[in-house]
Each structure stands twice: as structure tokens, then as C-alpha cells.
Design a protein around this ligand. Structure first.
Ligand code: FAD
Length: 382
């Protein structure tokens, strides 16, 4: 049984069905559509269409083995090997794969939940598109959109929004650390800095958000005794960090400080041999103790390992450790622009944008969907 049909869960279910066609695989996922999160920015800017970025599970899974149950798991009893869903279903499992992903962390900062926009769902994209339209129509002087967090999501979103707004509002990025993109390769960081500069996006580093109101934020600069600053704005988008989104577990299992299940190198959850976890809901590390990043790339690779280990376990064979292969990093930097570093080369600009799209095309689930998307892109170019 696989819980969660995002990058990790959907890939695990498909890998299992391919490797062991006779094995019944149930995928439990509440949403109607799979969401290709790295391309959400292109959906916002209408460079891509909804069906390309968010294909329906019904279509993706048709004739491919896994059975999809549209429901949400609310609790899991690992002693009884039983789970309960929101619709009240009670299901027993012999092996369970948990791939429930992450959710934004508000760090308990007042006002974040009530006043900030998120950027992880189709509904978030629609809300943001409406806000952009409002700002463009109103054309008040000094309109401002603020993005909290200058990690990959914040930077990519800032560039896309600045291009979409066409000067109708100022875009500002707030980062509590000393620099943008702390985990990025230096080439990509330099490209990102240049992209922000070109779009007049103001970046405030070493600045913490201490509260959010309907019409602004309260900021505190590190090491400044001068007190707090009030920044008026017309919208705040929160990209300030992700925590694991794990259903209630009985008995409780150990979580890390970001709410993720602690895993063995085999991706079995510590304390429950029949439970595997991957992606943003799992804390896994390499042999040297370095944590794997919470990225689609990691979740995708873990899915192959989890599927193999589920089958090894059924056959009484030794399980294999997950070894992450870092394939590099790609960032979209505004409409038609991107930067990438990996596999021994670097590239930026429109060519990088096209290469990034092709790389993601290869990662889309199912040959049929890949062909449909590729066909659509070809038709756009002709
Ligand atoms: C805007 C954005 C852009 C990103 N860009 C990139 C990028 O360029 N490159 C990259 O490598 N990574 C990127 N990431 C990160 C990447 O998308 C995640 O690391 C990846 O999706 C994690 O996969 P996952 O399977 O763990 O979780 P998800 O893909 O988030 O899937 C989790 C699934 O579980 C379901 N679920 C949740 N709770 C339950 C429950 N209780 N019961 C049943 N189902 C449940 C959810 O509906 C969801 O479908 C981006 C993330 C965002 C938000």
C-alpha cells in the first residue's frame, strides 16, 4: 500500500507495478491530480497549461496496475498494521510506503496562517494569478508584493512575479540568512543575483519576519538594536520552509526537528520494519551522516530504492541502502529564463530554460503523458 501520490509515492507505485505486475498495489491520494511542483511557476505565468503540469491520476494510472483510492489517511497503527482514512475506511496492510510529503512551516509566527499566500497547490496558483491581475488593474503608486524566504522557491517565484507584474508592483524578498540560495551552486547563485538585479527585486538578508498583518509585515534585522520595522505591502507569499506532513502514528515513532520520520539507510522507518518512508516526509542520510535534501530529485530516486526493498522484503532477501546521486540543480529565473549546473556543465538563459523543460519532461510520470506534453510543446513552436 502506498500513501501519498506525489513524486515519491506515485513513482514507487509505478515502479512496483512494473517490477511485479502480479502484486496488488493500492495508492491512497486525496487529490484528483498529480502536481508536478517544479513547474508550478510556469503554470502561474501561463507558459504551461494545467493538464501538462497537473495530469489526472485516473489518466496516469489507467491500465498501469496500481489502483487509486481517492481518500486521505488520518492515522496508522503500526502494531496492528492498519490505517484509517478520513472517509472512515479501515484497511490492513502487509507493507506500507509513506510518501505524504511536506507542508509549509509557519514557525508559530503570528499572522502567517491568516494573511500569507502559499505556493504549493493549484488553488495557490489561482489566488496568486488573481492578486497579480488586481495589482495590474489598480495601478496604485508604490504597490508591493513581499516573498518570505530566498531559497529556490522564493527566488524563482520573485523573478516570475516581477515579469508578470510588468512594473505594476515592487517585488521584495525577505531572507533571515546571510545570503540567498544557501544550498545552491555558486554559478546558479550568481545568475539568480543578476536576475533579481535586472528586475529591481529588492533582497533583504539577515532580516526576520516577526509578524504578518493584513496590510504589511513587521521585520527585525539581526544585530540591530534599533528595533523593528513596519513594511506595508499588498500581499505576502510564504516560502519560508517545509516540515513533514505525517499522519498520526500509534505507537508514536521518532520524528526529527522538522517533523519527518527517521529512516534507516534502507528507507525503513526506525521502529517499524514494514513501514517505508521517502521524500519530504522522511529524514534519510548518507553513510557519512549528510542529510538528503527535500527535493523531487531525491524523492524520485528514493522511489526506485523503496520499490526494490519492498520486493526484497517480501522475498526474504537483504535490503539495499539508498544512495543518492546528485544530478545537479536547475532554477527558473523569470519568463523564458533559467540557470542550471550539473553533470559537469553550467548554462544560463533561454537555452537553459528549454533544457530544464526537457529534463522535466523526461521525469513526467508515464510515457503517454510525456508524449502528449511533448506534442503540445511542438505545436506551440511550429
Ligand atoms: C513550488 C515548488 C517548486 C519546487 N521545485 C523543485 C525543483 O525545481 N526541483 C526539485 O527537485 N524539487 C522541487 N520542489 C520540491 C519537490 O517538489 C518536493 O521535494 C517533492 O515533491 C517531494 O515529493 P514527495 O513525494 O515527498 O511529496 P509531494 O510531491 O508533496 O507529494 C505528497 C503527496 O501526498 C499527499 N498526501 C498528503 N497527506 C496525505 C495523507 N494523509 N493521505 C494520503 N495522501 C496524502 C498529497 O496530496 C501529495 O499528493 C519544489 C517544491 C515546490 C512547492
Amino acid at each position: 500500500m502506498v500513501v501519498g501520490g506525489g513524486f515519491g509515492g506515485l513513482s514507487t507505485a509505478l515502479n512496483l507495478a512494473k517490477a511485479a505486475p502480479a502484486l496488488p498495489v493500492l495508492l491512497i491520494e486525496p487529490q484528483e491530480r498529480f502536481l508536478f511542483l517544479p513547474l508550478l511557476y510556469e503554470l502561474l505565468s501561463a507558459e504551461l497549461r494545467r493538464w501538462e503540469v497537473a495530469p489526472r491520476y485516473r489518466e496516469l494510472l489507467a491500465g498501469r496496475g496500481p489502483v487509486w483510492l481517492q481518500d486521505r489517511v488520518s492515522s496508522i497503527d503500526t502494531n496492528r498494521q492498519e490505517l484509517i482514512t478520513e472517509a472512515g475506511r479501515r484497511l490492513n496492510y502487509s507493507q506500507l510506503v509513506l510518501a505524504t510529503g511536506g507542508r509549509p512551516s509557519t514557525y508559530g509566527i503570528p499572522g502567517v496562517e491568516e494573511h500569507c499566500l502559499g505556493f504549493r497547490s493549484l488553488a495557490d496558483v489561482e489566488r496568486l494569478q488573481q492578486r497579480v491581475q488586481q495589482l495590474k488593474q489598480r495601478q496604485h503608486p508604490l504597490q508591493r508584493l513581499v516573498i518570505v524566504g530566498a531559497g529556490a522557491s522564493g527566488v524563482e517565484l520573485a523573478c516570475k512575479l516581477a515579469d508578470l507584474l510588468e512594473g505594476a508592483a515592487v517585488v521584495e524578498l525577505i531572507e533571515q540568512g546571510a545570503d540567498l540560495l544557501p544550498q545552491a551552486r555558486s554559478f546558479n547563485r550568481d545568475q539568480a543575483r543578476a536576475a533579481l538585479l535586472k528586475r529591481d527585486i529588492r533582497l533583504r538578508t539577515t532580516t526576520r519576519v516577526v509578524a504578518v498583518q493584513a496590510d504589511g509585515l513587521t521585520l527585525q534585522r539581526d544585530g540591530e538594536a534599533a528595533g523593528r520595522e513596519q513594511l506595508p505591502c499588498d500581499g505576502v507569499i510564504w516560502t519560508g520552509g517545509v516540515v513533514g506532513c505525517v499522519p498520526a502514528l500509534t505507537p508514536a515513532l521518532e520524528l526529527d526537528r522538522r517533523g519527518r520520520l527517521l529512516c534507516e539507510t534502507t528507507l525503513q522507518v526506525i521502529g517499524s520494519e514494514q513501514l517505508f518512508a521517502l521524500g519530504d516526509a522522511a529524514h534519510s542520510a548518507d553513510a557519512g551522516g549528510d542529510e538528503h535534501p527535500a527535493t523531487a530529485q531525491v524523492a524520485y530516486q528514493q522511489a526506485a530504492c523503496v520499490a526494490a526493498n519492498v520486493l526484497h522484503q517480501r522475498r526474504g532477501e537483504e535490503l539495499e541502502p539508498f544512495i543518492w546521486k546528485d544530478l545537479g540543480e536547475m532554477l527558473g529565473l523569470g519568463i523564458g529564463q533559467a540557470t542550471l549546473t550539473g553533470m559537469g556543465f553550467t548554462l544560463a538563459g533561454p537555452a537553459a530554460f528549454q533544457l530544464r523543460r526537457l529534463a522535466y519532461l523526461a521525469r513526467m510520470p508515464g510515457l503517454q503523458h510525456q508524449l502528449r506534453v511533448a506534442g503540445g510543446w511542438l505545436a506551440d513552436w511550429l
